[in-house]
Design a protein around this ligand. Structure first.
Ligand SMILES: O=C(CO)[C@H](O)[C@H](O)COP(=O)(O)O
Length: 224
């Protein structure tokens, strides 16, 4: 069995009737969304907030009732999302799909945040995956230079020959740090740069990590 499918489907087991949930973005949570769609068809009553236009489309196709984030009166019960790297301290790099800002906003407004990954995402230290940083298009060259001065190699993300544009109309600069020994400090420093909207470090946010393996088994680990 596909490791991503195993992890993604497992996370759907944490969803119960009446919940309002956040739906992440990517090829692992894809399986969670499909499974939730099946459960909805079987009678599960939930409402969901998507973290991207891509997920909104998928959730609609799966028949999942949607709720606008702006209308929430209280935190979501649960958000399920993928990650690009997970450290032994359960710190994450996210944003490989470019949805990091909405993902962070929605995970932050959730009582519980479940992360679904295949085993290859669990690393001894964050930083081999280039850290996505969402920046405003105005003066991005200057922001990129400032990011470079923080010890990384910054590269503007491109798509089909033009800068990749997020659902929020911003750019993404992928920052190759190589090693991120202190994610908590780095996330604060990055967000101090005026041109930065948000960065892909998720620190002290994950409540449960669901790790899928290629033999179809799944291990869960409580977030620290
Ligand atoms: O942060 C994300 C999108 O912005 C994704 O969750 C992350 O890139 C992991 O994706 P996948 O499950 O496809 O490997």
């Amino acid at each position: 069995m596909d490791a991503k499918k195993a992890a993604g489907e497992k996370a759907a087991e944490y969803i119960s009737d009446g919940m309002r949930i956040g739906l992440g973005t990517g090829s692992t949570v894809y399986w969670t969304i499909l499974r939730i769609g099946e459960l909805v068809k079987e009678g599960l009553r939930i409402e969901a907030v998507p973290t991207s236009v891509q997920t909104e489309k998928l959730a609609r196709e799966a028949g999942i009732p949607l709720l606008p984030f702006a209308r929430l009166q209280a935190p979501l019960d649960l958000t399920v999302d993928g990650a690009d790297e997970v450290s032994p301290k359960d710190e994450l790099i996210k944003g490989g799909g470019g949805a990091l800002l909405r993902e962070k906003m929605i995970a932050s407004f959730s009582d519980r945040f479940i992360v679904v990954v295949d085993h290859s995402k669990c690393v001894p230290e964050l930083g081999r995956f280039p850290l996505p940083v969402e920046v405003v298009p105005f003066g991005w060259e200057m922001t990129s230079k400032q990011l470079g001065q923080m010890g990384c190699e910054p590269v503007l993300r491109m798509k089909e020959g033009a800068p990749f544009v997020t659902d929020n109309g911003n750019y993404v600069i992928d920052c190759r740090f190589g090693s991120i020994p202190n994610a908590g400090e780095l996330t604060v420093e990055l967000n101090k740069l005026p041109g930065v909207v948000e960065n892909g470090l998720f620190v002290n946010m994950a409540d449960l990590i669901v790790v899928g393996h290629s033999d179809g088994t799944v291990r869960t680990k409580s977030g620290s």
